[in-house]
Ligand binder design. Sequence first.
Ligand SMILES: Cc1ncc(COP(=O)(O)O)c(C=O)c1O
Length: 394
Amino acid sequence: MIPVSQAPIYIREILKTVFAYSTNYSTESRDFQDQISNYLGCRHINLTSSGFSGLYSILRSSDLKKGDEVIVPAYTCEDVPRLVIEMGYKVKFVDIEPCTCNMDPIDLHDKISKDTKVVIAAHMFGYPCSIVDITETSHDYGAIVVEDSCQSMGAEYNGKKVGTFGDVGLFSLNMGKPISTIHGGIICTNNKDFSEKISAIIATFNDCSIMQQMNTFAHLIGYSFCNNRNFYSLIYKLIGEKHPNSYFEIQDLMYKFTEFQSILGIQQLSKLDTFNNIRIKNANYLMDNLKPYGLFFPKISKQTKPIFLRLPIYFENVNRANRNKIITMFKHSGIEITPYLLRESLPFLFAEGSTDYPRADRMTSNTLTIPTHPGLTNDNLDQIIDLLNNRVDI
Ligand SMILES: Cc1ncc(COP(=O)(O)O)c(C=O)c1O
């Protein structure tokens, strides 16, 4: 099985990391922060255990009161609205614009009010959202803009890296992200006071326990074996199809980033542009060769440079009922493709039959995401094209 998204890590890199860690491990986090700061062009960097704990630290540093309103796109990672609610704030959804799969600045303009304290704008699948308009509208209302760039490290808008337009940017180093340290999150901001507040929150998190470090190391070894599609098939069979209820105690997920992960992060960061260039090349090859009938890709405007973490394909004639047939057909051919199911994951947030977010709703029911990652061979890409052009009835 080929995973839908991946940043390859090889055994030789793990060995190099282990060697570097055992010989010198005092300033690696500082070096990693400096290199991220240079890469993004953003002054202050904080590291934490995940994108999730990064968002938690940002919201805790934003002077919110219980019940304050936080705007979130109606098509995003389910963890985002879930965390906002768990922290006692109110979620308000804004619909998406189909051309970017991201927050619609016009709908934001209609929904935002003086009660809105934070706007979390995501750049999904490596596609920049209309961040300039979103930031302008949010600031007109005095709201803080959090740029959720968890899926988009390296993507650009007007030649500038996403994550650096709003008041604060967030990146994930989890598995399946543009680069990975197995778990991890990056927070960037040019606001020194904001950064210091975030650092103070992260300083209260526990150090990663020995058990957690061993767990991360075991995941790292397993993840590196997932470069082999047979091994990933085994993992997928064992755990991939189970959907454990991912409810959690928030505090259990807050811990510090480790020096070991920083060494791995430095190696991964040096490969980010190479990985992204391959993703872009693969996505362009797929888009050039897929028959257009019934299939739509997000439009790429002149201002944006997406990194195509995955290729989201909108299937005109697919719906919730028959999309599983396509997923199963791909699975039998050894390729993982996935839908993105915010509404199904958090049904209590959406009124039954509500049509308040029609575009997000159609995106959820009609879109599947296809792999573009550096682990794909030309044969894999041709196989995807053959399946979609000749075997799927769309
Ligand atoms: C858009 C988005 N935001 C936030 C997160 C949370 O990041 P993490 O998995 O590192 O907690 C994710 C993770 O998938 C994501 O895709």
